[in-house]
Design a protein around this ligand. Structure first.
Ligand SMILES: C[S@@+](CC[C@H](N)C(=O)[O-])C[C@H]1O[C@@H](n2cnc3c(N)ncnc32)[C@H](O)[C@@H]1O
Length: 184
């Protein structure tokens, strides 16, 4: 993500800090972007870094059941008048859906649990917090080919008759992604 932002906004003076819970992924990120500060942190425990004007939380919220703790800790990372941006699949019909994926990989049974959180449930909670927020539906504009060889099978796109694309996950489930913009 930071590599992409640096490429797109390289001429703007921005200080980036990358945070992840996984040492392995942090090491990979440090190798790729040696000039950027990367630190280990768990969003459930709370992360101690300087407040930022823009907090990006992309592709992570689906791992958590209790998103209120996650949001509270994201808000603590944001400066006053800053913005918190959460990108993930969300459910527009008011359902919070729990997925349990179990399969065998190289003889080992692996179980992953993910949630697609309800837009209305999160909106009700944000209303109680008194913050201003906007849901932006994300329509993907590029083709991503299906690759059976990757593990786990990454998402891919299918073009529909009207030219729009849908995004499918590893079990063919259609994912509707949103950017939730929260103004602090
Ligand atoms: C799908 S990746 C998204 C990576 C990155 N946000 C990006 O857009 O390039 C999900 C990441 O969430 C991290 N993660 C999972 N649980 C976490 C937690 N409790 N606190 C912080 N990061 C976590 C994983 O280690 C993984 O790197």
């Amino acid at each position: 993500m930071i590599a992409y932002l640096k490429r797109e906004f390289g001429d703007i003076d921005i200080n980036y800090t990358g945070v992840d819970v996984s040492e392995k992924l942090l090491d990979e990120a440090k190798n790729r972007l040696p000039d950027i500060e990367f630190i280990r942190g768990d969003i459930i425990d709370g992360i101690s870094i300087k407040e930022s004007d823009i907090v990006l939380f992309f592709g992570v919220i689906s791992f958590f059941d209790n998103v209120e703790t996650v949001f509270e800790n994201l808000f603590r990372l944001s400066s006053r008048n800053g913005g918190v941006y959460v990108f993930a699949p969300f459910n527009k019909y008011g359902y919070k859906v729990k997925y349990e994926y179990t399969h065998i990989n190289e003889g080992e049974r692996i179980t992953d649990i993910e949630y697609t959180h309800s837009i209305s449930e999160i909106s009700d909670w944000l209303d109680k917090k008194g913050v201003e927020y906007f849901w932006h539906k994300f329509d993907i504009s590029i083709d991503i080919a299906k690759s059976e060889s990757s593990y786990p099978i990454r998402v891919w796109t299918e073009k529909m008759y009207n030219g729009e694309r849908i995004q499918r996950d590893m079990i063919d489930r259609i994912e509707e992604q949103y950017l939730l913009e929260i103004l602090m």
